[in-house]
Design a protein around this ligand. Structure first.
Ligand code: NAP
Length: 285
């Protein structure tokens, strides 16, 4: 559709944004649904966030996504937060609701849908999540109430302890913590049914790193790696060799985008078309 004065404008703000897959996913959805919308990406360095938000508000942008390094900082500039985003303490999606900017976090829902799409539900399961950063917080707050038991393993134990404390206090759930060390992870993984890597270990360019020794992987463990660059991380390759079910980070990326699209437009986007467009871009890049 040809852009005009009444085109609904959306965007991503972050730094860097050069390799983002968000524009291709959202623009594909707009085109497929015949919506007069346009999604762009803007590099907004630290220190320029307030001006960027004021500019988007003044120009009537309908919504935007937020990525590193602004996911926490953005909260100061918003008019309201949805409950899950407030609990997580980070925002990746903002909706302009008649001039009021409301923050959401769709990462956890994206992860949950990625698992469910693969035929795996965390409901009643024993789940180990690696990492205690922003993505882990979003995932833990989304799945903690569904899981039978949740274990958070992190390199910096203190961060995992703080996250576990907040999950217990706010959701009243059963959470254990350990360090990202083979001897501490081994007994936790022996009982686990789902392993989620929410650390950045294995991400480009350090593609030969894995957060878990392959000796701890088994056929009856579902292994979900949220890293999407590369699509097949070393962790997923080793899990596949053991015959385990694997889920890659692109599935989460597509579903967190789909959830943001729903929040903005109230319309369910064509997830398969968005995935194909993102995959094409990944393979070309
Ligand atoms: P973050 O807030 O910076 O957290 C990074 C996490 O990784 C922390 O737990 C950190 O541990 C751990 N970590 C980093 N380097 C490590 C190392 N060498 N050894 C052990 N642990 C290490 O980042 P984030 O926003 O949560 O993102 C994490 C990853 O998820 C990134 O690769 C990101 O691209 C990916 N992600 C994917 C999606 C998706 O849709 N697929 C969405 C969001 C994020 P410490 O606490 O010890 O530092």
């Amino acid at each position: 559709m040809k852009a005009s004065w009444d085109t609904q404008v959306y965007c991503l703000i972050g730094d860097p944004v050069a390799y983002t897959l968000s524009p291709v996913m959202h623009n594909t959805a707009f085109k497929k649904l015949g919506i007069n919308g346009l999604y762009l990406a803007f590099r907004v360095p630290t220190g320029k966030l307030r001006e960027a938000v004021e500019g988007m508000k003044a120009l009537g942008f309908k919504g935007f996504n937020v990525t590193i390094p602004h996911k926490v900082e953005i909260i100061r500039f918003l008019d309201g937060l949805d409950r899950l985003a407030a609990r997580i303490g980070a925002v990746n999606t903002v909706k302009n609701d008649g001039g009021r900017l409301i923050g959401y976090n769709t990462d956890g829902e994206g992860a949950l849908r990625a698992l469910e799409e693969a035929g795996v539900s965390p409901k009643g399961k024993n789940v180990v999540v690696l990492g205690a950063g922003g993505a882990s917080r979003a995932i833990c707050f989304t799945i903690a109430k569904l899981a039978r038991k949740l274990v958070i393993a992190n390199r910096t134990e203190d961060k995992a302890l703080k996250l576990a404390e907040r999950l217990r206090a706010e959701l009243g759930v059963n959470v254990e913590v350990c360090r990202l060390l083979e001897e501490e992870l081994a007994p936790m993984l022996a009982e686990a049914e789902i392993l989620i890597n929410a650390t950045s270990v294995g991400m480009y360019p350090e593609v030969e790193n894995s957060p878990v020794s392959s000796a701890l992987l088994r056929r009856d463990l579902t292994v979900f790696d949220i890293v999407y660059k590369p699509l097949k991380t070393r962790l997923l390759r080793e899990a596949e060799l053991k015959g385990a079910k694997t889920v890659d980070g692109l599935a989460m990326l597509v579903h967190q985008a789909a959830r943001a699209f729903e929040i903005w437009t109230g319309v369910t986007p064509p997830v398969e078309e968005m995935r194909k467009a993102a995959l094409k871009e990944v393979r070309q890049g």
